[in-house]
Design a protein around this ligand. Structure first.
Ligand code: NAD
Length: 304
C-alpha cells in the first residue's frame, strides 16, 4: 500500500485515482472543480481541500492536468515544498517535451524524483485500467513507478530519459491524426466512386491500409459497432484534444527542424475543424469536414 496524491480528477484522473483505490492504495485527491472532487470521493478517494494538503504524507504524487502551463503553475504553487522529501512525481498530462523537462527540473531541484508518463487509451482505458503509459525518466524512477502504473494500465513502456515519454506520445498522435484524416478521405472517395463502406472496410482492414483509425475508431457507422461514428460522434477522443496534441507535435517539429508536411496539414485541419463545427465531437468526425469540403468542390452529397 502506497500513499498517493492525485491532482486533477477529470475525465482521466478521476478513473485513474479510482483504480489506485481498487488496487489497495491510500489515495488523496484534489481538483479545482468541486464536482470532480466529489465524484472521486464517491469512489474511495480522500478529498483534500487543496493540492498542497493532498501531497502532505504522499510517497507518490500523480498529476493529470490539461496543459503544460497548468502543470508548471501547480508545481510553482507550493506542492513541491509540501510533499515529503524524495517523493516520486508522476506527471501524466499530455504536455510538450520542453514543459515536461522543465517540470522534471523543478522536481529534482526540490529534492524529489520524477518521471513523465503520458497515457493513451482514453477514458475507456482509464476506467478499465488498460491505459498505455509512455515513460521518460531514470531506470530507478521507472522501476519505482511501475507498481503504481500497473494499477492503472496494461502496457507500460520506458522510452528513455526525461521528456521521452512525451516525445513518444507526440509521435504516436501525429500518426493517429494523420491516419484518421487519410482513412476519412478514403471513405469519402469510395462513396463518390460507388464503393460501399462495408466493402472498403473489408478490404482495407485486411490489407495494407489497416490501422487503428480504421479498425477500432472507424469514422463511418456500421463496420465497427463500438466506434463513435455509431453514436453521433460523441467522444471518445475529442477533436479539441487531437488539435492540442497535433499542436504539441508541431511545436516539437519546429524545435528540432523536421519537415513533416502531412503532420502540419493534419494539425491545421484539426484546428480549423475544432474551431468550427467539430467542437465537442470525436476526432473521427473529421470525415464530416472532408465531405463538406468535397461538396464545396462539386462532389455529390455524401452518405451521412
Ligand atoms: P480534464 O479537463 O477532464 O481534467 C483535468 C482536470 O484538472 C480538471 O478537472 C481540472 O479542474 C483539473 N485541474 C486543473 N488545474 C488544477 C489544479 N491546479 N489543481 C487541481 N486540479 C486542477 O482533462 P482530461 O481529459 O482528464 O485530460 C487530462 C490530460 O490527459 C490532458 O493532458 C489530456 O491531453 C490527456 N489525455 C486525455 C485523454 C482523453 O481521452 N480525455 C486521452 C489521453 C490523454
Amino acid at each position: 500500500m502506497t500513499n498517493i496524491a492525485v491532482i486533477g480528477l477529470g475525465h482521466m484522473g478521476g478513473p485513474m485515482a479510482a483504480n489506485l483505490v481498487l488496487a489497495g492504495h491510500e489515495v488523496t485527491g484534489f481538483d479545482l472543480v468541486p464536482a470532480a472532487l466529489e465524484a472521486a470521493h464517491a469512489r474511495g478517494v480522500r478529498a483534500a481541500v487543496s493540492a498542497q494538503e493532498a501531497v502532505i504524507g504522499a510517497e507518490v504524487v500523480l498529476t493529470v492536468l490539461q496543459t503544460g502551463s497548468s502543470v508548471l503553475a501547480l508545481y510553482a504553487a507550493g506542492i513541491l515544498e509540501a510533499a515529503p522529501p524524495n517523493s516520486l512525481f508522476i506527471e501524466s498530462s499530455t504536455i510538450s517535451v520542453e514543459d515536461a523537462q522543465a517540470a522534471h527540473a523543478l522536481v529534482l531541484a526540490a529534492g524529489h524524483r520524477g518521471i513523465d508518463a503520458p497515457v493513451s487509451g482514453g477514458v475507456v482505458g482509464a476506467e478499465a485500467a488498460t491505459l498505455a503509459f509512455m515513460v521518460g525518466g531514470s531506470d530507478e524512477d521507472f522501476a519505482a513507478a511501475l507498481p503504481v502504473l500497473e494499477a492503472m494500465g496494461q502496457r507500460i513502456v520506458h522510452c528513455g530519459g526525461s521528456g521521452l515519454g512525451q516525445a513518444a506520445k507526440v509521435c504516436n498522435n501525429l500518426i493517429l491524426g494523420a491516419s484518421m484524416i487519410a482513412v476519412s478521405e478514403a471513405f469519402v472517395l469510395g462513396e463518390q466512386l460507388g464503393l460501399s463502406h462495408e466493402a472498403l472496410f473489408d478490404v482495407a482492414s485486411n490489407a495494407s491500409g489497416q490501422c487503428w483509425s480504421l479498425t477500432a475508431n472507424c469514422p463511418v457507422p456500421g463496420p465497427v459497432p463500438g466506434s463513435p461514428a455509431n453514436h453521433h460522434y460523441a467522444p471518445g477522443f475529442s477533436t479539441a484534444l487531437m488539435a492540442k496534441d497535433l499542436g504539441l507535435a508541431e511545436a516539437a517539429l519546429d524545435h528540432v527542424g523536421v519537415d513533416a508536411q502531412v503532420g502540419r496539414l493534419a494539425s491545421a485541419l484539426y484546428r480549423a475543424f475544432t474551431d468550427g463545427s467539430g467542437d465537442g465531437l470525436d476526432f473521427s468526425a473529421i470525415i464530416l469536414d472532408v465531405r463538406a469540403r468535397s461538396e464545396e468542390r462539386g462532389a455529390a452529397p455524401g452518405d451521412n
